[in-house]
Design a protein around this ligand. Structure first.
Ligand code: ZN
Length: 415
């Protein structure tokens, strides 16, 4: 991956490019960013930049790539010797890096014990799956990754055995490039095993670069944190996320920006929304809430024909789209609540803002809290394949009760 292929984060990429050009990259970095912000892609881009033959000016020592003075006395090809500010993407090293098979780029990531194998697992056991997963989505979450390894609910781990493998391989000489790069993705999974690495992270062998990628720094040993240079990655900015979506989906600028706004800078959420029914979520929500408000007595509800139709329709859009719709509801509630508290929502505009202002008039902290809990619970049940017709119908009555500040009638899906 090239730096230019990493979505957003221009300032950070520029700074890293400068450090790479000056050959002053710290020997141990910790990239810290929330899920879907691109910590791993950034690590992959740094690694590729470190091994790229044109970027590192390999031409100086062996004449390498551009030394081909013609045997027949033709003038030598004109070569641009300006240092590149990004990996070239074309040299043999870049090609290997992009396929995740460069021998000097090493990957460590959480794994689970293999079926029928007692030995503690190491990352190499899963390297084929790893390459495939990275090819499909370098922005994947740890949960997505672990689900590809096992359908059982096993916790992932970076084992002490893997730490010993790391020490072994970085002590060896590099194969093809000047640098050896060790990426440790989701370094929080090291847990106590991280102690094994303290010495090599503090004083790695020459030309060895450690890049740790972390989402939850509080789960990383302090002794590791203090030995690395922190690169803090914020969530991807709305405009960057929106322009990425426009390259991937046939949607309008307006929809792309809207999706970006509700995704909280998480590329995976944005892609899911853009590929799903998110475009209609605001209309659906408006319809649903107004139907709920028309339920007269929530304690002894009588669903209207329209509510029946609504529930039938929403049952048809499928589980993934229902989840997106509920996520949208939660996001919209949060934004409306800001308005209810006398603040402004920076993410809403037009008719959506008008609707939020109306909803805000009936929101108080308790109502918001009850709705929030309810919708989270519905999301939980939808995820677990509960019958959508039953759950959306009974949720409609609950929403009516909450908005009318009544006691909610409890039923089977309350816990
Ligand atoms: Zn290259």
């Amino acid at each position: 991956m090239k730096l230019s292929e990493v979505i957003g984060h221009q300032e950070i990429k520029d700074r890293l490019a400068e450090l790479l050009t000056a050959d002053r990259l710290p020997h141990a970095m910790m990239i810290l960013g929330p899920e879907g912000s691109g910590g791993l892609p950034l690590a992959l881009a740094i690694a590729q930049n470190l091994v790229c033959e044109r970027r590192s000016g390999k031409k100086e020592d062996d004449g390498g790539l551009f030394a081909a003075t013609s045997m027949f006395g033709d003038p030598a090809p004109v070569v641009n010797t300006e240092p590149l500010s990004d990996a070239c993407g074309e040299c043999p090293a870049c090609v290997k890096a992009a396929k995740f098979i460069h021998p000097d780029i090493h990957y460590t990531f959480p794994v689970v014990t293999m079926e029928g194998k007692n030995a503690p697992p190491v990352s190499a056991d899963y390297i084929t799956q790893w390459r495939k997963a990275l090819t499909e989505n370098p922005y994947m979450s740890a949960v997505d990754w672990l689900q590809q390894l096992t359908d059982k609910n096993k916790q992932g781990n970076i084992t002490v055995n893997e730490c010993h493998e790391i020490i072994k391989r970085i002590t060896l000489k590099s194969y093809e490039s000047k640098y050896k790069v060790q990426i440790i993705w989701m370094a929080e999974y090291l847990r106590e095993a991280g102690n094994t690495l303290l010495k090599v992270i503090e004083e790695p062998p020459d030309d060895t670069i450690f890049i740790l990628v972390v989402e939850n720094i509080e789960q990383v040993l302090n002794t590791i944190i203090s030995r690395t240079q922190l690169v803090k990655l914020p969530a991807i900015e709305d405009v960057d996320l929106a322009s990425y979506l426009l390259t991937q989906f046939e949607i309008t600028d307006k929809i792309a920006l809207r999706i970006a706004r509700i995704s909280d800078g998480n590329i995976n959420a944005a892609v899911e929304y853009a590929g799903g029914a998110e475009h209609q979520s605001d209309a659906l929500l408006r319809e649903w809430l107004s139907l709920c408000l028309r339920i007269k007595a929530a304690q002894a509800p009588e669903p209207s024909v329209k509510l029946f139709e609504f529930v039938e329709n929403i049952a048809k859009i499928g589980r993934e789209n229902q989840k997106i719709f509920l996520k949208y509801f939660l996001w919209f509630l949060r934004e409306s609540n800001l308005i209810a508290m006398g603040l402004t929502s920076e993410k809403l505009e037009g008719s959506e803002l008008g609707f939020a202002q109306k909803l805000a008039t009936v929101l108080d902290p308790e109502t918001t809290d009850r709705l929030n809990k309810l919708i989270n619970k519905v999301h939980y049940y939808i995820e677990r394949n509960t019958n959508p017709k039953i759950i959306f119908m009974s949720t409609s009555f609950k929403i009516a009760s909450i908005l009318k500040k009544e006691e909610v009638v409890y039923d089977s899906y309350d816990t």
